[in-house]
Write a protein that binds this ligand. Structure first.
Ligand SMILES: C[C@H](OP(=O)(O)OC[C@@H](O)[C@@H](O)[C@@H](O)Cn1c2nc(=O)[nH]c(=O)c-2cc2ccc(O)cc21)C(=O)N[C@@H](CCC(=O)N[C@@H](CCC(=O)O)C(=O)O)C(=O)O
Length: 145
């Protein structure tokens, strides 16, 4: 598929920006975990700026498809990258050294429940995040583009 092109704008969130820097500068061999759990890098296009944005997220994978969880630690509002994916479902995901193009699709109902259980298996804290907020934490499934 078409790789996302444009000016990269690093995240103003220090920890996330540093994780992206370590992940990418090591070719996906360092900075690939959080609390010992695997992390991927999601690349989106800014819905307003058109800039390239990168967000480290927990790795949730099943048979070549991935889920990305807009948890933001159970905050009352969605992370901003959620709006980027809604506006343009063409994303890139880097898992270790492998970076590919995907199409993102928000999931609901049974399909969301299935992927939610996979997400909680990958990163148990997701359950705590959902319990602490009335916001329904969105899940997208990414299928290879
Ligand atoms: C700080 C903010 O980031 P955010 O997009 O809200 O994302 C917040 C967090 O989700 C993000 O930092 C994640 O990487 C945090 N995070 C996880 N966040 C999660 O939500 N889920 C995870 O599983 C997760 C895991 C994770 C692991 C390691 C790590 O280091 C961080 C992790 C941000 O970048 N804001 C920018 C704007 C970003 C942007 O995309 N702007 C759009 C505008 C979009 C619009 O408003 O419509 C544009 O450019 O056009 C700014 O304030 O200038």
């Amino acid at each position: 598929g078409m790789p996302l092109t444009g000016e990269y704008e690093p995240s103003p969130a220090e920890w996330a920006r540093k994780q992206v820097e370590e992940f990418e500068s090591s070719g996906g061999t360092q900075g690939t975990t959080l609390h010992g759990r695997p992390v991927i890098i999601l690349t989106t296009r800014g819905a307003k700026s058109g800039k390239i944005r990168k967000s480290p997220l927990m790795r949730v994978e099943h048979e070549g498809a991935y889920a990305i969880v807009a948890s933001l630690g159970g905050a009352p509002k969605h992370p901003v990258w959620y709006h980027n994916v809604v506006a343009d479902p063409r994303v890139e995901l880097q898992d270790g050294p492998v970076r590919k193009d995907y199409l993102a699709r928000e999931v609901t109902g049974e399909e969301k429940a299935l992927w939610w259980s996979r997400a909680v298996t990958a990163y148990p804290d997701y359950d705590d995040y959902q319990r602490k907020t009335d916001r329904q934490i969105p899940v997208f499934v990414l299928e290879p583009a």
